[in-house]
Design a protein around this ligand. Structure first.
Ligand code: R5P
Length: 310
């Protein structure tokens, strides 16, 4: 078996360190230089020749910087004769750009997938892509994990006797239903229309939420526009209490503080993105054990899907 070599980009050092600790392998050093003309250069400071290389980089703010860094790291590994280059991307930011829904619009999700492959990436490990079709943008194998097990484990500690899971939109209803099944709960979904990055309309909720303890489940919270709109509808419909859960807690535009200041009972996310703020209402669950186990299985040629099936 070829030796494993794990490198981390600069986007989320804490997660990289945690994954390496679970794998019981050292994190290999990387030198990142920025020249006076603002160009970046990466040097992998450990032998890659014939190694099974894993590069961990979450595409979080500043996304473009972290993307270029990942591409340069893959290119450096290819130039150093790596046997295989695996990109571990806990949060694949461009996944929301996945369709031509306006004239002359870019589809970043597919373009970034092509760029990664061009840079030498031969396999991708990621978590909770915004929509399933993004998986198909890659011309190399993708292991697409979710965090439903971690999130369900958290909510199993709560009194769920009167609870219902609510997806903000029909697109995420399938995942919300899978999450609800894990907890033995009913599921409901919002009829959501996104007008712009900062405006969404949820016109109806399909399913019964009146008098229930609601767990909102979404793939990500960015500005919180979606969740705030859903909170309004849920209150109007008489939800008894509301907790919020997501995989990618991006919390742009002060969303965490705003959400924590509302009447939600708790906010739960995972650590696919580094969090700048903390709050007593916030619980951050680690996906490092799941990613480390997936990396181990990929390296050993074992099934990954059998571990993380819905
Ligand atoms: C969008 O369709 C996703 O499922 C999330 O609801 C969305 O990305 C959240 O973004 P924001 O918090 O800015 O509404």
């Amino acid at each position: 078996m070829r030796e494993i070599a794990v490198f981390g980009g600069s986007s989320h050092p804490a997660l990289t360190a945690e994954i390496c600790a679970h794998l019981a392998v050292p994190q290999r050093p990387v030198l990142l230089k920025r020249f006076a003309n603002d160009c970046l250069e990466v040097q992998l400071q450990s032998n890659c020749r014939e190694r099974d290389v894993f590069i961990i980089q979450s595409l979080v703010r500043p996304v473009q910087e972290h993307l270029i860094e990942l591409l340069l790291m893959a290119d450096a590994a290819r130039g150093a004769s790596a046997a295989r280059i695996n990109a571990v991307i806990p949060h694949y930011a461009y996944a929301r750009s996945d369709k031509k829904d306006a004239p002359r619009i870019s589809i970043g999700g597919r373009l970034v997938a092509d760029l990664l492959v061009t840079a030498g990436v031969g396999r991708v490990l990621t978590l909770n892509l915004h929509s399933p079709q993004v998986h198909g943008f890659f011309s190399v194998p993708v292991d697409h994990l979710h965090a439903l097990r971690e999130l369900a484990g958290h909510f199993r500690q709560r009194d769920l006797s009167n609870a219902v899971v609510v997806s903000p939109d029909l697109g995420y209803a399938k995942s919300a239903a899978a999450f609800a099944r894990r907890l033995g709960l009913p599921v409901a979904a919002g009829a959501k229309e996104r007008v712009s990055d900062s405006e969404v309309h949820i016109t109806a909720i399909i399913g019964d939420v009146a008098g229930h303890d609601v767990i909102i489940l979404d793939d990500e919270i960015s500005r919180g526009t979606t969740v705030f709109e859903l909170l309004d509808r849920l209150r109007e419909q008489g939800a008894r209490s509301i907790a919020v859960a997501c995989t990618h807690g991006l919390f742009a535009d002060n969303a965490l503080d705003k959400l924590a200041a509302s009447d939600v009972t708790e906010i739960v996310c995972t650590n696919t993105a580094p969090l700048e703020a903390e709050h007593p209402k916030l619980t951050v669950l680690s996906v490092a054990p799941a990613l480390a186990e997936a990396i181990r299985r990929i390296h050993d040629g074992e099934s990954v899907s059998s571990l993380f099936d819905h």
